[in-house]
Design a protein around this ligand. Structure first.
Ligand SMILES: Nc1ncnc2c1ncn2[C@@H]1O[C@H](COP(=O)(O)OP(=O)(O)OP(=O)(O)O)[C@@H](O)[C@H]1O
Ligand SMILES: [Mg+2]
Length: 291
């Protein structure tokens, strides 16, 4: 598969040349394959938002290159708008950016800037709304009448309505209750499956990453520390813990069992796999093999 996003020696310094300059990301090299669902984790200030804000040209690299769909993004800065449509970015706390009179107009804002026909805009707005669980009645409401979770869904629908090839979401479930979190994330997962859109999801929750991502990028102190399949990342739980990150609860239980001398794998991060592994271990024990 071809890389849809490729970073080469990408670095960003805020306030370069100023006394308070700070290096936010340093020498990042990575390739994101088209169609992947990639989780992005790292402690506060590790550079997650800075990295993804480069993916659609909101931030310009201080040095290094970024290729989107094979094209050098900053080869001609006048063309940067094109990448804003190719890569849909949902910011951290996007509900603060809702401003139109109705939900419908808010979702239509992005596609309206793309030179599409009225009919095509309407079609996209309705399909994005449906995908995000927003019904007809809600479309006519003011965004300010909605709950936190609903506002979040409207903001995501506005980006989806642009039909980006890559959907990048910065903590889309932050601050929502567990039900709201699950609603939003499972809708994003369903959208990914249905459309094949590449998804990059920033999250603080290891449980969410374990549940939804196929691959995981780990940022640590402005550098890319790991990038692998979710299974392989969580098999490195001690290193994650050393970076001040947590691991899914089930992974912690398996680590502890291993410390206690039980012979089980450490790459367990989902409940179904945990159950399967335990049943297998019990089966082996019955057969006389050591557990
Ligand atoms: N606009 C800015 N101006 C100056 N420094 C910034 C700016 N935005 C971020 N930084 C600094 O860059 C570094 C990386 O920040 P960034 O927001 O990318 O981290 P993050 O991993 O997204 O953190 P969080 O988990 O809190 O969202 C931090 O040291 C931060 O203080
Ligand atoms: Mg951030």
């Amino acid at each position: 598969m071809a890389a849809i996003i490729r970073a080469e020696h990408l670095s960003h310094i805020y306030g370069q040349g100023m006394p308070d300059a700070s290096v936010a990301i340093q020498d990042i090299n990575l390739s994101i394959e088209e169609g992947d669902f990639v989780g992005l984790i790292g402690s506060t200030g590790s550079g997650k938002s800075t990295l993804i804000n480069h993916f659609n040209g909101i931030l310009k690299p201080t040095s290094g290159k970024l290729y989107v769909a094979g094209e050098d993004m900053w080869a001609d800065p006048r063309q940067i708008r094109k990448f804003r449509f190719l890569v849909g970015l949902v910011f951290q706390y996007p509900e603060y950016q809702l401003f139109e009179e109705t939900v419908e107009k808010d979702i239509a804002y992005g596609p309206s800037n793309m030179g599409l026909s009225e009919e095509e805009i309407r079609r996209r707005v309705h399909s994005a709304a449906e995908m995000c669980g927003i019904d007809e009645a809600m479309l006519q409401k003011s965004p300010f009448e909605l709950s936190g979770g609903q506002k979040r869904r409207v903001a995501i629908a506005g980006v989806i309505a642009m039909q980006p090839r890559i959907l990048v979401l910065d903590e889309p479930a932050a601050g929502l209750d567990p039900e709201g979190r699950d609603n939003i994330l499972s809708q994003i997962k369903a959208y990914h499956k249905q459309t094949g859109t590449t998804v990059v999801l920033v999250s603080h929750s290891m449980e969410d990453i374990a549940k939804y991502a196929d691959k995981v990028i780990v940022m640590d102190q402005s550098r890319l520390a790991m990038y692998d399949t979710t299974e392989k990342i969580f098999a490195r739980a001690p290193e994650l813990l050393a970076m001040g990150l947590s691991v899914p609860q089930i992974t912690r239980i398996f680590l502890r069992l291993r410390e206690l001398g039980v012979d089980i794998p450490t790459d367990v991060y989902t409940m179904p796999y945990a159950v399967k592994t335990i049943l297998k271990a019990v089966e082996n024990k019955k057969g006389g093999a050591p557990v």
